[in-house]
Ligand binder design. Structure first.
Ligand code: GUN
Length: 282
């Protein structure tokens, strides 16, 4: 028995991402744009291979050309930087990303800073992140921007709401906290060293989790009628799972994202949107 099931909103990232891709495609066709997106993939990390496949599919769907640059996991920093330099200068490429994670021996931050900010469609360059902090026009990281787009689509208010972000990574948690703060939410960022996670989540109107720890967010840790966004991704047996114990949390939440079909497709669609913006010099 589910007390408030009739009120539950499923935040459908698959549906919204299809709408975004359709809108980008219409602009590409109407303006006869020639846009190239490239991805540098180092090694053969299975999740990364799958993400790159999804990015290719979306890029081709909207009429971009897609270039995948494969480098072995033994690649030197120098060779990786030379590849980035080439893409920075390539007139056929308007945006590109380096798929993460990189092998441990490579200094990720050093690599990300070599990407031209104008082509940095992942929004990971310090200049673009800094502009984001200041609410200046920029290319925003795809997962955080995609999450906000999804919440806006379902008219979920951020202003004045208690939002708990779980996870403090450079690619999701930290930039997400910044975007939420820029929208006047009251933001708490919890992470692996937080003493008592439930103490924070129990008081949250919105919980957004991006840790990759299956079943970290359970129903008893949440307030009734809260909004739950699951940006986690982990392999559990042969299943792709998020951070949220969906089966139980859906019984008490007002709105929730499914995994798959929630945040994942929003990340891909936002990357495509960023590439169009980069091509048009946003
Ligand atoms: N690995 C996991 N998510 C991402 C992302 O959004 N961009 C890149 N480049 N790598 C990732």
């Amino acid at each position: 028995m589910r007390g408030f099931s009739f009120l539950l909103m499923l935040l459908d990232g698959k549906k919204l991402s299809a709408k975004i891709l359709d809108s980008v495609k219409r602009k590409v066709v109407a303006k006869k744009l020639k846009i190239g997106l490239a991805v540098i993939l180092v090694g053969e990390h299975p999740a990364s291979v799958s993400y790159v496949r999804q990015k290719r599919r979306a890029a081709e769907k909207v009429g971009f050309t897609f270039r995948e640059v494969n480098l072995p996991s033994s690649v030197s920093e120098q060779k990786l930087i030379a590849t980035i330099d080439e893409l920075n200068l390539d007139p056929e490429i308007q945006g590109f990303i380096v798929q993460l994670p990189l092998p441990q021996k490579i200094n990720t931050q050093k690599i990300l800073e070599k990407i031209s900010p104008a082509k940095d469609v992942d929004g990971f360059h310090p200049l673009n992140l800094g502009r984001g902090f200041l609410k200046l026009p920029t290319l925003l990281p795809a997962t955080p921007a995609g999450i906000l787009h999804l919440l806006d689509e379902y008219k979920i208010t951020l202003k004045g709401q208690n939002v708990v972000v779980v996870g403090h990574s450079n690619i999701v948690g930290k930039p997400l906290a910044m975007l939420l703060l820029n929208r006047d939410a009251t933001v708490s960022v919890c992470h692996v060293f937080t003493k008592n996670l439930a103490e924070f989540t129990q008081n949250a109107d919105i919980v957004i989790s991006a840790t990759g720890v299956p079943h970290l967010i359970r129903a008893e840790m949440l307030k009734k009628n809260c909004v739950v966004v699951d940006a986690g991704c982990a392999q559990l047996g042969d299943k792709l799972v998020g951070d949220v114990d969906f089966e139980n949390v859906e019984k008490i939440a007002r709105a929730i994202t499914p995994v798959p079909g929630g945040v994942g497709p929003m990340t891909v669609a936002t990357l495509i949107e960023n590439t169009l913006r980069a091509a048009e010099n946003f």
